[in-house]
Design a binder for this molecule. Structure first.
Ligand code: ZN
Length: 267
């Protein structure tokens, strides 16, 4: 049902038209869902396996660099080449601060403990991260993925002070976005799959198509490193998306969020 038809019916029935806005949200070229393939932490396996696979099938992904990771300095030319070919280099903070007191976070180094880092310090560092990324890829617009999904810096949410620095921000949550019209671009849910099969990953994509929304994957290792997705499962997903380009708009998270912003008329 079109928005116009819906509004007319709603006026006749003197009743609100539930869901009208969501059915009015359209993706480019009639696609049924948007797909963001993202990769956190700047890992070697992303350069060695994920990017070659994306390039083989002609799809673009978003790579969120933890800028203090030695892999950024050691393979700067590779990251720069990835950006030049259309992949997004996203911000994943300088030092990947997470809450050390959170369950299972014993690995967080004391000097990188978000519980003892102030919101102002985090904001300063994340903004500096944008400057460093600009020096690598020359771009001004960018998105951010919150390390570990932890947003409280010494007890204060540090994200509101960064809204002007990003087109979109991802926090933890579900892979499939429930509603495009209700979506907060500064608190987009994302899932970090580990060990899923190609079929399981594709099922999530199909779920997004059924809802007409989008699916956000944040991978870590691909065919290596940690929180690993096998190279085979990753390629099965990428091949499926490439084979079904008319149904799925796979692009960088920056391009998807820029489209959402424009389509909704966000300020
Ligand atoms: Zn991370």
């Amino acid at each position: 049902m079109t928005l116009r038809t819906c509004l007319t019916l709603a006026a006749l029935l003197l009743a609100p038209c539930a869901g009208a806005a969501d059915t009015a949200f359209v993706w480019p070229h009639g696609a049924r869902a948007a797909v963001s393939l993202a990769y956190d932490d700047a890992l070697d396996s992303q350069l060695d396996y994920a990017i070659p696979t994306l390039d083989k099938y002609g799809l673009k992904g978003s790579f969120y660099l933890q800028l203090s990771n030695p892999a950024v300095a050691q393979r700067m030319a590779d990251w720069r080449r990835a950006a030049a070919s259309g992949h997004e280099l996203g911000n994943h903070s300088l030092f990947h601060q997470c809450s050390r007191k959170a369950p299972g976070h014993d690995w967080v180094q004391p000097q990188r403990d978000l519980d003892t880092t102030t919101a102002a310090q985090m904001q300063d560092q994340v903004r500096l991260g944008n400057t460093m990324l600009h020096a690598i890829d020359g771009r001004r617009e960018r998105t951010y993925t919150v390390p570990c999904g932890d947003v409280l810096a010494a007890g204060v949410d540090y994200l509101p002070g960064l809204r002007d620095a990003f087109v979109g921000i991802k926090v933890s949550g579900a892979a499939v976005t429930p509603s495009m019209t209700a979506l907060d671009r500064y608190a987009v849910g994302v899932a970090a799959p580990e060990g899923l099969s190609g079929a399981q990953l594709i099922a999530l994509v199909q779920q997004a198509a059924a809802q007409g929304t989008m699916v956000n994957f944040t991978f870590h290792g691909v065919g290596g490193d940690y929180l690993t997705t096998s190279a085979q499962a990753h390629e099965e997903l990428v091949r499926y998306l490439a084979d079904n380009r008319r149904l799925y708009w796979t692009d960088t998270f920056l391009n998807i969020m820029t489209y959402v912003k424009k389509q909704r008329g966000d300020h």
